[in-house]
Design a protein around this ligand. Structure first.
Ligand code: XBP
Ligand code: MG
Length: 234
């Protein structure tokens, strides 16, 4: 079990929710709209996810020979398409996540977000799954483009710790990927890893704890999380 907790820091994609399939389909739809014959299969996307950041992922896929302005346009459109999918209810929180957030709020444990994705994607996901006021429950929310280097660099978690005004000791990160675990560990946080559909084959040896299911996180923290739906996130 992990010791006293000063803050709980959530990753977004693959951790709060299994979002990567919606991202993959949105990338492919943006490519098709632009008349490009680029199409990312699940197998290829699993490989491409080793590169964090949607814009960096496209550049990597094109081996660095795609026009940066085209990449920006494609990524902006993809983000719109992804937000529409999320708003349509295509993405649900992973098991126990809503109850875990409610339990942290009941215990007045500060909540923060450290992610590679964009603020627009977080706003869409939290509004669709936790309601319009949920963004305010997390502070700070640090996104990929707000820091110099994306995961596995420690930047995003260092920025979160600075925003929390708390040392790494006591802060616990919840992550679904090797890149995310690496980033949090490099910033000195304990990390609960919960492998997701696209990260199942990742190396989680640096994680403090590896759980097969997000509904086990409360137990790993020594918390009794309330059953889903009762006294939950409101
Ligand atoms: C995972 C990522 C992101 C998403 C796509 O983010 O690496 O790039 O795959 O989102 P997280 P964008 O740190 O939350 O696991 O296209 O907005 O980058
Ligand atoms: Mg993730």
């Amino acid at each position: 079990m992990i010791g006293p907790i000063s803050a709980l820091v959530f990753d977004v994609d693959g951790t709060l929710a299994e979002t990567e399939e919606a991202h993959r389909l949105s990338f492919n739809a943006a490519f098709a709209e632009a008349g490009l014959d680029w199409s990312w299969s699940s197998e290829l996307y699993t490989e491409l996810l080793k590169v964090t950041g949607g814009k960096e992922r496209i550049a990597h896929f094109r081996r660095g020979d795609a026009d940066p302005a085209l990449i920006r346009r494609l990524h902006e459109r993809k983000t719109q398409l992804y937000a529409s999918r999320v708003a349509a209810g295509e993405v649900a929180l992973r098991p126990g996540i809503a109850a875990l957030i409610a339990e942290a709020r009941r215990r007045e444990v500060p909540l923060a977000i450290a992610t590679t994705t964009s603020l627009a994607n977080i706003e869409a996901l939290l509004a669709a799954t936790l309601g319009p006021g949920a963004m305010a429950w997390f502070h700070p929310i640090v996104c990929g483009d707000m820091v110099a280097a994306k995961k596995p660099a420690p930047d995003v978690y260092q920025a979160v710790l600075a925003g929390l005004g708390t040392p790494a000791a006591g802060a616990v990160a919840i992550e679904d990927s090797a890149n995310g675990v690496g980033s949090a560990r490099a910033a000195g946080l304990a990390v609960i890893a919960t492998p997701s559909l696209y990260s199942a084959a990742d190396d989680f040896s640096d994680a403090t704890v590896v759980l097969s299911d997000t509904s086990q996180i409360a137990g790993a923290l020594g918390w009794v999380s309330r059953p889903e739906g009762r006294g939950g996130s409101g």
